[in-house]
Design a protein. Structure first.
Length: 109
């Protein structure tokens, strides 16, 4: 299970990268993201055995977060929507219910 990622749509992420690196080809960025996503969905893993970090793999090649960044855990890093869960696992359909604590304060009489 991947933790610490912020889900982002492929086109949003492409915009984000394109803003950072305007010399890149936006269409190619999208292609790379979708390619990395499809590899992830097929169950492909990093050489070290970890799950692929799709957002990073789009830029750095198929690998996991740790191998790409050298950091142990992501902290508010982006990950492509639908790739935050294990492939073939919970999936996108089973969105978490937004549970709001429903505390009503009743004035004491
Ligand atoms: Zn790795």
């Amino acid at each position: 299970m991947k933790k610490g990622f912020i889900p982002i749509r492929p086109d949003e992420f492409a915009d984000f990268i394109f803003e950072e690196c305007p010399d890149l080809n936006r269409a190619e960025i999208v292609e790379e993201i979708l390619y990395a996503k499809s590899e992830y969905k097929k169950g492909k893993r990093c050489d070290c055995g970890e799950e692929i970090w799709v957002a990073g793999a789009a830029l750095a090649g198929i690998a996991c977060f740790k191998c790409i960044t050298g950091q142990d855990e992501p902290y508010e890093d982006f990950e492509i929507e639908g790739c935050c869960e294990p492939p073939g696992g919970v999936g996108e359909k089973n969105n978490k219910k937004q549970e709001r604590p429903n505390r009503r304060r009743r004035p004491r009489r």
